[in-house]
Design a protein around this ligand. Structure first.
Ligand code: ADP
Ligand code: ZN
Length: 217
């Protein structure tokens, strides 16, 4: 944001697939706010304990201390009234309630920086990011590198068998894919050892000529 008069609040959204640098960008912006001597609070959902319990951590290992919340409304409960900048990582784990919470904070003069996945493992818009994009003053879409072909990647490819909307994981569970290489859900044409359903493991003597696809459920 360039011209700021008084205590103007706003919402900035950083969204894109996994591995696209959302956390790195959020940490970069929050560090700049700290350099500007602003009062900063950082939150992450309790579900995201992949790398650290009390820090937001990027896949490139950039880190920043954060408070852990179980829900979007807990952010309001924990908010210090003096805080000027609020950072929230992994917004996709906090659900639609984050929309009202972010609006309330921005309306009360806080600068709210939110990072999260914009689409799920099926390529569908992933709440609450779609609504936040409409309400934000600033939006940034980050792209990763497709692990298949090296093109810019906007999708998060799930590599393990599950139909749950949320499966917490990083490398080995997900990878970035471009529009062309993305296969909604789980890759079917590829026989990944770690993605092999249990009952296929028990038929280890499958002939080589069998199609290299997991069995239908
Ligand atoms: P996000 O928050 O979007 O998941 P991070 O900020 O945690 O992303 O991590 C970004 C870092 O991940 C990159 O700087 C790079 O070091 C690493 N990385 C791993 N796989 C990829 C990929 N396929 N494309 C781009 N960066 C990747
Ligand atoms: Zn690709």
């Amino acid at each position: 944001m360039e011209v700021i008069l008084g205590h103007l609040g706003w919402i900035e959204v950083i969204c894109g697939p996994m591995f696209s640098g959302k956390s790195e960008e959020l940490i970069r912006r929050l560090r700049r706010a700290l350099i500007a001597r602003k009062r900063v609070q950082v939150f992450k959902p309790v579900l995201d304990n992949r790398y650290s319990a009390d820090e937001i951590v990027s896949h490139g290992d950039a880190r920043m201390k954060s408070e852990v919340v179980g829900s979007a409304s807990e952010i309001l409960a924990r908010l210090d009234w003096r805080t000027q900048v609020v950072g929230i990582d992994e917004a996709n784990f906090l659900g639609q309630d984050l929309v009202g919470v972010a609006q309330q904070m921005a309306d009360s003069g806080k600068q709210v920086l939110i990072a999260g996945l914009d689409t799920d493992y099926m390529g569908r818009p992933f709440p609450p990011i779609p609504d936040l994009l409409c309400l934000a003053e600033s939006i940034t879409k980050t792209l990763a590198i497709c692990m298949r072909c090296g093109n810019p990647a906007k999708h998060t490819q799930r590599l393990v068998e599950s139909e749950d909307l949320i499966v917490v994981g990083a490398a080995g569970v997900y990878e970035a894919r471009c529009r062309r290489c993305f296969e909604p859900g789980v890759p079917k044409q590829e026989y990944l050892d770690f993605a092999r359903p249990r009952r296929l493991n028990s038929t280890a003597s499958q002939p080589e000529t069998e199609p290299r696809v997991p069995a239908e459920r």
